[in-house]
Design a protein around this ligand. Structure first.
Ligand SMILES: *[C@@H]1O[C@H](CO)[C@@H](O)[C@H](O)[C@H]1NC(C)=O
Ligand SMILES: *[C@@H]1O[C@H](CO)[C@@H](O)[C@H](O)[C@H]1NC(C)=O
Ligand SMILES: *[C@@H]1O[C@H](CO)[C@@H](O)[C@H](O)[C@H]1NC(C)=O
Ligand SMILES: *[C@@H]1O[C@H](CO)[C@@H](O)[C@H](O)[C@H]1NC(C)=O
Length: 404
């Protein structure tokens, strides 16, 4: 039995790697045919393309440039455009065959518009009808009179991950086209929302906020310790030097947008805004634990407790504890045995000014506690770090496959 479990775990692990490698890229799929260039462009600027690439078992209904021009003529805001286009992404797989064989000639499917929660009631549903003469018609739930949108052809079928089809005209839904307020993507404002206020104050007084703001454009995930967590940490925070405070705060930012779904499916090491190469790793491990997403360092395990905002390119989550990087809290590293790091290690750390000596501060005495952890890569990386080890392993695989 244990062997069977080990094999299935290995299998799942390999499967997850394959999933990443073989995932679809809607931008690339549509780029093959210039008549979809406008539709493709709008999928990109509304960030729907990323959403589509992350999902499986979906159907994308593309329209050609002529059909898109009538939509563009309506002068909708980008956010409204996003709602309209998300109605064109079905949360189910419909290949050409399945479309032409819908049960009892008619079915309805939920779309990504429904999934966003933006659609009131069931307005995010689309009816698929097999009409006479082998035609398949698409009708938005809130616009039963639309009859001009029919199946044209299949662009790509990857059963049952993604089907991309062409339909003759844009699905017209009054609800999806209704003006929507653009989401507030002002990080300064978002961080001042409930639960993040104390953390926001630290960011502004330390000046670390600047790094967060300049990361917004390329995507950022903020892990915001809630007000109680910040209060509980205050005595320790006071003891840090100014540059250590900055590192600690930057440690709570990931220089990439991570939706909750992405965090749930990406167990492993995560770099932060404080990471500067191998010397200042400042990374932590994302680990899914049942329904919870936990963030682990060798000193503390924090749990994501809420979502303040999850709207590409910004994600802000509240966490129940301040994340303590190993680099700053060596003395608190949890060891397997009660024999924790020697007292000297902590003293040595706190008496050092600045952080240029970070790499050298690894007192031999604290090395044993450094080795704590269940990451297999840890065992192989005595000095270079786990990240480097994984890169080396991957590099080996690539060179191996090239050589063979
Ligand atoms: C998808 O393909 C486009 C065009 O080839 C490329 O620019 C983009 O980076 C790709 N996206 C991903 C996630 O690989
Ligand atoms: C669908 O995705 C799975 C992994 O998520 C992959 O193994 C499979 O090859 C994909 N199917 C196609 C037709 O690409
Ligand atoms: C965010 O909003 C504040 C006012 O609350 C404003 O001062 C600041 O310029 C805004 N930042 C951006 C990037 O729009
Ligand atoms: C802060 O530093 C002082 C002096 O080094 C020490 O006595 C105290 O225990 C430290 N407080 C905390 C919470 O680490």
């Amino acid at each position: 039995m244990p062997t069977a479990t080990a094999i299935s775990i290995t299998f799942l692990f390999l499967l997850s790697i394959t999933a990443t490698v073989h995932s679809h890229n809607i931008t690339r799929i549509l780029a093959k045919d210039p008549q979809f260039s406008t539709f493709n462009h709008y999928l990109t600027i509304t960030h729907l393309a990323n959403e589509i690439n992350r999902r499986q078992t979906i159907t994308v209904c593309a329209v050609d440039n002529a059909a898109m021009s009538s939509l563009i003529a309506k002068g909708l805001s980008l956010q409204t455009m996003k709602n309209v286009l998300s109605l064109h992404v079905f949360a189910d797989y419909f290949g050409s065959k399945k479309l032409h064989q819908v049960t009892k000639g008619s079915t309805s499917t939920a779309t990504m518009y429904q999934a966003t929660g933006e659609a009131p009631g069931t307005t995010g549903y689309v009816h698929i009808t097999d009409v006479k003469g082998g035609k398949v018609r698409f009708t938005p739930e809130d616009n039963p009179s639309q009859t001009d949108s029919v199946y044209v052809k299949s662009i790509l079928e990857m059963p049952y991950n993604i089907s991309v089809i062409q339909i003759s005209s844009v699905l017209q839904s009054p609800e999806a086209e209704a003006p929507t307020a653009a989401p507030d993507l002002n990080l300064t404002n978002l961080l001042q929302r409930d639960g993040c206020k104390a953390f926001y104050d630290l960011l502004t007084t330390s000046g670390a906020i600047g790094t967060f703001l300049s990361s917004v454009e390329s995507g950022v995930t903020v892990l915001c310790p809630d007000d109680d967590a910040v209060a509980a940490f205050a005595p320790k925070y006071k003891n840090l030097t100014a540059s250590e405070k900055t590192s600690l705060l930057l440690y709570h930012g990931i220089p990439l947008y991570n939706s909750m779904g992405m965090l749930r499916s990406s167990n492993g090491l995560m770099n932060t805004l404080a990471t500067e190469g191998a010397k200042k790793k400042y990374d932590f491990t994302v680990q899914n634990d049942g329904n919870d997403v936990t963030l682990k360092t060798k000193v503390v395990t924090a749990t994501i407790t809420g979502t303040v905002v999850d709207e590409e390119p910004i994600a802000i989550y509240t966490i129940d504890k301040v994340l303590k990087p190993t680099e700053l809290f060596k003395g608190e590293v949890v060891a397997d045995e009660p024999a924790a790091a020697p007292k000297g290690a902590k003293k040595k750390k706190t008496t050092k000014k600045g952080d240029t000596s970070d790499g050298d501060a690894d007192a031999p005495g604290s090395e044993s506690s450094e080795d704590y952890g269940d990451d297999p890569a840890d065992q192989t990386a005595s000095g270079g770090g786990r990240l480097v080890a994984s890169v080396v392993v991957m590099g080996f695989w690539f060179s191996w496959s090239v050589l063979v």
